[in-house]
Design a protein around this ligand. Structure first.
Ligand code: ZN
Ligand code: ZN
Length: 467
């Protein structure tokens, strides 16, 4: 039995781990490296294993850094079975299609640029090829086989039983316990996936399987503590009330998956509890977020008891009174004619692309408008630049002065913080070996110092270990 690491090793994105047992090869996640240009290129590198030899791919959840290299895996010869929860299957399809589309656009944009510079016919500057396109994402669908139900052991292959448990991170997310048998030897290996921040309203708290011989554990926020969700919700309501009182429009840049639905949920609650001004004009201006919200409506089995109860009572927890969905690009453009009182939720969350950039261009220079940031903003992204207090930013070739009010709400993380990660590990019980993945080295070192009764490894890319 062997375990090898092919992504999210001493870094946060690109999750991909391989288990070799009883002659089978089981992959856990196949995510995209995201962030800098170097990481962008890392995606095109060989996987470190032959995709054609993989029998089963177990997918923990639908975030791009966990499913985003699946179309590439299929393109390079994977013909096995993909197993995940029903919600993950639907969300992953959406996420992969969107990624294929974005990569085609990006490749077109880069090719156009070299053409303008006269390099187009130079063999060293052939038109850029996307990592994969929409069709490659569509082609993945046929490899999605059995769906996993939370808590029900699944015989994925002879000698290999997988149990998916709710990780409480995003809709359909799971930690996966593998019970491996080879030549009469048995090992229990637990993959945490991404562990949720407990106490969030929509999802259940993470479920923790006991007794694993080895744990492969995420460590994204292994060095810090989150502020309580309640505090952040109060701040959100105060920011919206304050922003609307300025008389202009309000932009909320947000991720399409989970965060957008969470914001809709908080708006619903805020209106009901009269903690927000009545008669909000809310626009969800993101085809991807609208499709994700539809998927959320199909999966009441994933919710925490209170939210599930709302669904059973026929109440839709995302149906903000007056909410309008904007799918068409023309409708999105038309929103900028509204000069007052519009609350526009649009992607992307870090303002690196998507419709939000257009709204920022129209509204950042208006002193009575506001931008409310509710999510993580990576170094160097437009969101981070605005949050850091830039006096002006470049958008679509123009220098746009920043006069709008900027609010930053910090506590809406979908990830467990240090305290929760340590508690999670403790609840697993004594694990001989703990592999920390999905975190920066400095952060992993801090977390490692807090974990007890285990030997901690921080595997390097393409390293492997006997189990
Ligand atoms: Zn995730
Ligand atoms: Zn992740």
């Amino acid at each position: 039995m062997r375990l090898s690491f092919h992504g999210a090793d001493r870094e946060v994105t690109g999750s991909c781990h391989l288990v070799h047992c009883a002659g089978r090869r089981i992959l856990i996640d196949c995510g995209l490296f995201q962030g800098s240009r170097e990481l962008h290129e890392e995606n095109a590198e060989p996987f470190g294993f032959d995709p054609a030899e993989i029998d089963i791919l177990l997918l923990t959840h639908a975030h791009l850094d966990h499913c985003g290299r699946i179309p590439l895996l299929v393109k390079r010869g994977f013909r096995g079975e993909i197993v995940c929860t029903a919600a993950t299957r639907e969300l992953a399809r959406l996420v992969m299609l969107d990624a294929g589309h974005l990569q085609e656009e990006e490749a077109r944009r880069r090719s156009g640029r070299s053409e303008r510079h006269g390099h187009y016919n130079n063999e060293h500057h052939a038109p850029e090829q996307p990592l994969y396109g929409i069709l490659d994402a569509v082609n993945c669908a046929e490899y999605f086989g059995r769906t996993a139900a939370y808590g029900k052991p699944l015989d994925v292959a002879p000698g290999i039983v997988a149990t998916f448990v709710d990780a409480g991170h995003i809709l359909g997310s799971a930690s996966i316990l593998l019970e491996l048998t080879e030549n009469g030897r048995r090992r229990r290996v637990l993959f945490s996936g991404d562990i949720g921040n407990s106490g969030r309203p929509l999802l259940r708290n993470p479920v923790v399987p006991h007794d694993a011989d080895a744990v492969i554990m995420e460590s994204t926020y292994g060095d810090r503590l989150h502020r309580p969700v309640d505090t952040s919700v109060t701040e959100l309501y105060a920011a919206i009330s304050d922003a609307l009182a300025q008389g202009g429009d309000v932009i909320i840049p947000t991720f399409a998956l989970e965060r957008a639905q969470e914001i809709l949920y908080f708006l619903c609650q805020g209106l009901q509890q009269k903690r927000l001004p009545p008669h909000l004009q809310v626009f969800l201006d993101s085809p991807m977020a609208i499709s994700a919200t539809d998927i959320f409506e199909h999966h009441p089995e994933c919710y925490d008891p209170d939210t599930a109860e709302l669904f059973r009572g026929g109440r839709d927890p995302f149906a903000v009174p007056g909410l309008q969905f904007v799918r068409e690009a023309a409708g999105s453009m038309a929103l900028d004619q509204i000069r007052s009182g519009a609350l526009i939720i649009a992607g992307s969350g870090m303002c690196t692309g998507g419709r939000v950039r257009h709204h920022l261009k129209c509204n950042l220079s208006r002193a009575n408008c506001s931008v409310i940031f509710v999510g993580y903003a990576g170094e160097g992204t437009l969101a981070r630049i605005i949050i850091n207090g830039a006096k002006s930013v470049r958008l679509f070739g123009d220098e746009v002065p920043v006069k709008a009010h900027i609010y930053t709400i910090g506590g809406f993380s979908a990830h467990a913080d240090q305290r929760e990660l340590v508690a999670w590990h403790k609840r697993v019980g004594r694990a001989e070996l703990t592999f920390l993945v999905h975190g920066e080295v400095k952060v992993m070192q801090v977390l490692a110092s807090r974990l007890e009764n285990t030997r901690v490894e921080m595997p390097a890319l393409n390293s492997s270990y006997d189990l």
